[in-house]
Design a protein around this ligand. Sequence first.
Ligand SMILES: Cc1ncc(COP(=O)(O)OP(=O)(O)O)c(N)n1
Ligand SMILES: Cc1nc(C(=O)O)sc1CCOP(=O)(O)O
Ligand SMILES: [Mg+2]
Length: 211
Amino acid sequence: MGPVFPHLHLITGGQDPLAAVAAAVAAASRLGATDRLAIQVRVEDHVTDRDAYELADAVLELCRPHGVLCLVNDRLHVALAVGADGGHVGAADLPVAAARRVLGSSAMLGATCRDADAARAARRAGASYLGVGPAFATTTKTGLPDPLGVDAIGVVAAAVPDTPIVAIGGVTAKNAAGLRAAGAAAVAVVGAIMNATDPLRATEELLEAVA
Ligand SMILES: Cc1ncc(COP(=O)(O)OP(=O)(O)O)c(N)n1
Ligand SMILES: Cc1nc(C(=O)O)sc1CCOP(=O)(O)O
Ligand SMILES: [Mg+2]
């Protein structure tokens, strides 16, 4: 990964995650923006560790040649096993301090937060960046609190000015720039690319929106 924090985090999901990841990497390559893209390998809870490992290994094979950052959601042992750049944890996963001990001091570690106090606590516990959402309504994940909206995400960003905020939840090429303007360092998407008819074009539009 280059010196910048990736502005677009693509989280795997949908019917054919590998095809979508390949298209996203191709889009970033065409724009000379591979250091602005990160891939987060996320599988549903019922998926076996073996299947999660094989997906993460295949994603890493697509990312490594282009220097695209690769993170693994929840399953930090899979992140270590495949040699990913780090992981992401939330309220149902290892606590941030424990996750930092598992990944070591140099790994990229993301933590989900929903308000400024949680953001400050996660930063103190060792998070490298904070996933803050849901920004807008989303159907990709159930059981979420009400959408925060752009202003609330800006409040969290202002509370931890030294820590990148990745806004997540209902993000599209149309609303991404507003999140960046509010203070988010990056956005994370599932559906806007994973469910796109043309994931390469969708990635280009999102990379241009968050530039
Ligand atoms: C960038 C980013 N932000 C938030 C999340 C959500 O993670 P988590 O709270 O662990 O929930 P699940 O993804 O496990 O359902 C994320 N994955 N990435
Ligand atoms: C995985 C996830 N976590 C969220 C959170 O707010 O914790 S929202 C979300 C789903 C994001 O998918 P889409 O880009 O399709 O809305
Ligand atoms: Mg989780």
